[in-house]
Design a binder for this molecule. Structure first.
Ligand code: TXE
Length: 479
């Protein structure tokens, strides 16, 4: 794709912002993906007003119309998976197969919610009073502000925008600034889906201006946010102060438990995939590998060999298994945690170095440490290709370590024992549990979300998304 300026989409028109920004290719910093228009708070307010004006007509549109629009969007995304996947890999740095997979997922999410638009139902129950009918129905919430991160530039916006539109809400979408080409491409597809002007708006710009305007506007009825813990807390405070509905997804420090009875080869593959693929930039990444004493040394030795052999490189090269880190800020954060791991006494096994490739990019070798539970590298979300192994005396100790975290998004276990797997599924304090599967990599049609410090508010995805994107009305009729 040649270089172009990506504009904001406000009230059915493409608009320039007040300044411009540049989107770079993290695999090759000489490759500018595009220039984008950065909006300010006042342009964001225009988008919010447009959404507020459009919400009622869209909320009353037929489910068929909404289903048709979402189906068209999903079909186009899937039909263009190779081109959009390439753009995604170029802009975010995940490998081409990962990026194409994400693109198809985004398309499937729109198609899933096309079906859900037709399935919006209610309930009728007997009243406790004679001659009275009671009905419960779901109505749109109104204007939804969507604040998205960079790590899934198509799938995360899709799993917020699709249910918002399916259930009849108007949307103001603010993407992360480093993935604006992907955001614009998605918006461009949505702009041709025959939605009334104002129902869907794209506003690109800083969190401080665009994001904050969404949080503060009394016209925004609900905010769905995915990103860091710190910003999530600000989102929560601002929305709670004006009693807006809010949903937060803020990451994790997900454990993968490997028991003595595990299939070791499978466990190593599960760990490599969960810890390092997508450059570790997944909220569901397994960054704590909790290994039972009997297999600890064998597991670490096999994992080290496997990690050493991982091919880090340009996201668009066929042989690449791990793409670059997304940005210089994220690379600096990863390297500072590698340094911290060393200084706080974790045993460095492999990697964590800046590496050079043919093109200048944010490349680092995947890092592996043996850590203690109190080490910060074993407690804080790093969001890069860095994993810490913790030794567990037995299963009970492993479970206690798995739950010893302020986060609670996902937890995995590798075992051949049905008894242990079942116990773990019951007692892991998380929103999602995996048995003999990587912690990262979930289906698109079932709920996604966590407990404790990872998430707040109703679940995302699947039919459970209705909890957030609708509000319930109870109607009484005496006849
Ligand atoms: O996140 P931010 P960033 C974590 C990960 C990463 C760190 C920073 O550790 O290293 O966060 O990433 C918008 N009001 N995760 O900088 O800042 C911002 O513009 C309203 C984990 O990308 O939280 C962007 O659109 N909005 C996570 C979005 O919030 C604001 C995925 C997220 O940005 C705002 C991504 C404000 N005051 C990062 N400030 C996961 N685990 O899934 C910023 N934003």
């Amino acid at each position: 794709m040649s270089q172009q300026t990506f504009k904001n989409y406000i009230n059915g028109r493409w608009e320039n912002g007040v300044t411009t920004g540049i989107s770079e290719n993290p695999s090759d910093l000489s490759d500018v993906v595009g220039e984008y228009s950065r909006a300010d708070a006042s342009q964001t307010q225009s988008a919010i007003r447009a959404a507020a004006d459009a919400r009622s007509a869209w909320g009353q549109s037929t489910p068929q119309r909404r289903a048709d629009a979402l189906d068209q969007i999903g079909s186009e995304i899937i039909a263009r998976k190779d081109e959009l996947g390439e753009l995604l890999a170029r802009e975010e740095g995940k490998t081409l197969p990962e990026a194409i997979g994400e693109t198809v997922r985004a398309g499937n999410i729109f198609k899933f919610f096309a079906g859900e638009a037709l399935r919006i139902g209610g309930e009728k129950v007997a009243s406790v009073r004679p001659g009275v009918d009671v009905e419960m129905s779901r109505e749109p919430v109104g204007v939804v502000g969507i604040i998205a991160p960079w790590n899934f530039p198509l799938a995360i916006p899709a799993w917020k925008i699709a249910p918002a539109l399916a259930y009849g809400n108007a949307v103001v979408f603010k993407p992360a600034e480093i993935v604006t080409a992907c955001a614009w491409s998605l918006a461009e597809i949505i702009s041709r889906a025959n939605l009334p002007a104002g129902v869907f708006n794209l506003v690109m710009g800083s969190g401080r201006q665009v994001g904050q305007a969404l949080l503060d506007s009394t016209l925004v009825d609900a905010v769905s946010f995915t990103g860091s813990v710190g910003v999530g807390e600000q989102v929560l405070k601002a929305t709670a102060a004006r009693r807006a509905k809010v949903q937060l997804e803020m990451g994790g420090k997900n454990p993968l438990v490997v028991l003595n009875d595990a299939d070791l080869e499978q466990a190593v593959e599960v760990a490599v995939q969960g810890s390092y693929f997508s450059t570790g930039q997944r909220c569901t990444a397994s960054s704590r590998l909790i290994v039972e004493a009997g297999v600890h040394d064998a597991f670490v030795s096999r994992l080290r060999d496997r990690v050493k052999a991982l091919r880090v490189g340009h996201a668009l090269k066929r042989e690449t298994e791990i793409g670059p880190v997304v940005s210089s800020d994220q690379l600096a954060q990863n390297l500072s945690y590698v340094e911290l791991g060393r200084t706080e006494g974790a045993e460095h096994i492999w990697g964590g170095d800046v590496i050079e490739r043919d093109t200048r990019g944010h490349y680092m070798s995947p890092a592996l440490f043996l850590a203690q539970p109190q080490h910060r590298i074993a407690r804080e979300e790093i969001f890069g290709p860095v994993a810490a192994v913790l030794r567990a005396d037995d299963y009970e100790h492993a479970l206690a370590l798995a739950n010893d975290t302020p986060f609670g998004l996902c937890a995995g276990i590798c075992t051949t024992s049905l008894k242990r797997a079942t116990h773990f599924k019951r007692h892991a304090q998380v929103g999602m549990v995996m048995v003999n599967l990587p912690t990262a990599g979930v289906d698109y049609h079932v709920p996604f979300g966590g407990r404790k410090g990872s998430s707040y508010g109703p679940r995302e995805q699947g039919r459970y998304a209705a909890e957030f994107y609708t509000t319930v009305k109870t109607a009484y009729t005496f006849a």
